[in-house]
Design a protein around this ligand. Structure first.
Ligand code: FAD
Length: 238
């Protein structure tokens, strides 16, 4: 049976982790409470690939669409409890039914209260609690990973996304999926040299490559219209 991954948090870290696990064929669900702090940014100017920067809301919705295209399912709800089950974890959302998962990636800055059952190494920074992880985003609990700002990474979108990728790839490595690299190569790149196509790799014939390129340009054009920033909740209160 396909193993299941629950990613808690739909910011840059969680979305990127989910893209990697879904692309590797793991059944992946992102649970998101819907308050990504990157939505508060005025103009995102330090993420590579955007010469004049990008609207952060556009960046987030484009990354979510990328995850959806990779097969990620979304539950727009807050996770309030994760418990050990016989064969993995039960993920409980606010008011919803518990769903099972073989792996959990916590990417839910600044909240890890739903992990109260687990004996994790926690690090206090002012009023915020972060989780200690190893260099591959593993916590000390088998099957439980943490990514992004929650895992003490620098407070930048691209750092969070990169750490999410590390967490996602570590889940793949710890799963039953045979893994080499998540690579899309031109036709014959491996097989033209008498090599088998490695797991996790794809060779794309030229016509198919052109189709994908056309679709990618259309998808960029169709990205959600640029929204203005959200505000810090305390500013709205005053
Ligand atoms: C005003 C402002 C400007 C910024 N400007 C920049 C900038 O110019 N460049 C830059 O690189 N970075 C900037 N940042 C920082 C950047 O937004 C963060 O470093 C980055 O978003 C961290 O990513 P993350 O995925 O770890 O966490 P987040 O983006 O915070 O995502 C966490 C997600 O988890 C969800 N969540 C939390 N708890 C739960 C739960 N229990 N269940 C389900 N979901 C949950 C939240 O709703 C959120 O969507 C800015 C931040 C702010 C506030």
């Amino acid at each position: 049976m396909t193993e299941r991954v629950a990613v808690v948090g739909g910011g840059p870290a969680g979305l990127t982790a989910a893209i990697y696990t879904a692309r590797a064929g793991l059944q992946t669900t992102v649970y998101d409470a819907g308050e990504p702090i990157l939505a508060r940014n005025a103009h995102l100017e330090n993420v590579p690939g955007f010469p004049a920067g990008v609207n952060a809301r556009t960046f987030l919705s484009a990354t979510r669409e990328q995850a959806e295209r990779a097969g990620v399912e979304f539950v727009d709800a807050r996770v309030d409890h994760v418990a050990r089950s016989d064969d993995g974890f039960d993920v409980q959302t606010d008011g919803g039914a518990a769903e099972d998962a073989d792996f959990v990636v916590a990417a839910s800055w600044p909240d890890s209260s739903y992990l109260a059952d687990f004996d994790l190494e926690r690090v206090q920074r002012g009023s915020k609690t972060m989780l200690a992880v190893d260099e591959f985003a593993r916590t000390g609990v088998d099957g439980l990973y943490a990514a992004g700002r929650l895992a003490r990474q620098y407070h930048q979108a691209v750092v969070a996304a990169g750490h999410g990728a590390t967490a996602g790839l570590t889940v793949v490595e710890d799963s039953d999926v045979p893994y080499y690299h998540d690579w899309v190569a031109p036709d014959g790149y491996f097989t033209g040299r008498g090599r088998d196509l490695p797991p996790g790799c794809e060779e794309v014939p030229e016509a198919e490559r052109r189709d994908r390129e056309r679709e990618s340009l259309e998808a960029l054009r169709d990205c959600s219209p640029a929204e203005p920033p959200t505000q810090h909740p305390r500013v709205d209160d005053e």
